[in-house]
Design a binder for this molecule. Structure first.
Ligand code: CO
Length: 137
């Protein structure tokens, strides 16, 4: 079951420059960057109270995020993430309705250790959607 918005994710060519801009222009505080080696991305978050902005910068040329930057050199919205009560139960329920869940079916975790899954964009109105199982709502 979907319970809320967790974050909106933006791919940026430079995490440092994006952090400076969000802080200087918008007064948003961006937390410390963390690397997800598996996905080849460096991530940082601006807390909004009820949701977050996720900033992603590629750490290597073969990262999926690098391919996104080739198509969108200035960066742009990559996906948004919805809170779910259970990644497994929600993915199973959606799959029964014909929704494709990306990956090989093995459980995925984000840099905070929380369970996540991604829905094929063609099965969510053209947008890449992440599910996250979290205590936050
Ligand atoms: Co995300």
């Amino acid at each position: 079951m979907i319970t809320g918005l967790n974050h909106v994710s933006i791919v940026v060519p430079s995490l440092a420059a994006a952090t400076r801009r969000l802080e200087a222009v918008y007064g948003l505080k961006v937390g410390e960057a963390k690397v997800n080696e598996q996905q080849g991305v460096r991530l940082a978050y601006a807390e909004l109270g009820n949701a977050r902005i996720e900033l992603m910068e590629p750490t290597r040329p073969d990262s999926p995020v690098s391919k996104f930057l080739e198509r969108n050199p200035a960066g742009g919205i990559h996906h948004f993430c919805l809170n779910v009560d259970s990644v497994d139960a929600t993915s199973r329920e959606m799959a029964q309705k014909g929704v494709r869940i990306l990956g090989d079916g093995s459980p995925q975790r984000n840099v905070h250790g929380e369970r996540i899954a991604f829905v094929h964009p063609k099965d969510f109105l053209g947008a890449l959607v992440e599910f996250e199982e979290t205590g936050r709502s």
